[in-house]
Design a protein around this ligand. Structure first.
Ligand code: ATP
Ligand code: MG
Length: 180
């Protein structure tokens, strides 16, 4: 499984629709300060369901929508699509290519789609749970996160290990069925 493509539109500094191709073995994104490198990793976290504006380096969710610049007006909607190669069927879904889309409007309205079919946030979280690339997984290590993993409470450290081991999905299901 690998990241093939990221499509950004109206997200943070990406006012226009931009496609970033990773297919050919891109391993690094370089650029001057403030050029949007971290916004790319924020986009990946966001489309995988990140709910905390703070962890996306903003104060409210609307901050992910392009807010305008000297010569551009603000836009009304941010949209990200993440396209993954799933030929090895690492994601439990019967497609060789998986496209996950998240959209948010200034009104607060939002949409989630898997391969262009509307779905719930829960479906996206569940699709990626235990795959190693979910919103809280270890595939995105922000600045300071290493220290956090080493020093947080034992329960939190265990959650990181459980996600890596692939047992979180079952715990979540157990919790949900207990609630019902
Ligand atoms: P560094 O090398 O300093 O880490 P970077 O390449 O990671 O820089 P980012 O943090 O990704 O840079 O991008 C920051 C830029 O994104 C800033 O210029 C900021 O104004 C812009 N930006 C962030 N949110 C928005 C938004 N909602 N609308 C418009 N621009 C935004
Ligand atoms: Mg940065």
């Amino acid at each position: 499984m690998f990241l093939k493509r990221l499509e950004l539109s109206g997200f943070k500094s990406f006012a226009d629709r931009v496609q970033v191709e990773f297919e050919s073995g891109v391993t690094a994104v370089v650029g001057p300060n403030g050029s949007g490198k971290s916004n790319i990793s924020d986009a990946v976290k966001w489309v995988l369901g990140e709910k905390s504006a703070k962890s996306l380096r903003g104060t409210k969710m609307e901050d992910v929508i392009f807010a305008g610049s000297e010569d551009r007006r603000p836009v009304q909607m941010a949209e990200i699509t993440l396209v993954l190669n799933n030929e090895e069927k690492k994601l439990p879904i019967d497609y060789t290519e998986v496209a996950v889309t998240r959209r948010v409007f200034r009104s607060g309205e939002s949409d989630y789609l898997i391969n262009n079919h509307p779905c719930r946030l829960k479906d996206i979280i569940e699709l990626f749970m235990d795959s190693g690339i979910g919103r809280e997984s270890f595939s995105i290590i922000g600045q300071g996160r290493v220290e956090e993993i080493l020093s947080t409470r034992a329960e939190e450290r265990r959650a990181v290990i459980e996600e890596a081991a692939g047992v979180r999905k079952y715990q979540q299901r157990k919790l949900q069925s207990e609630k019902k």
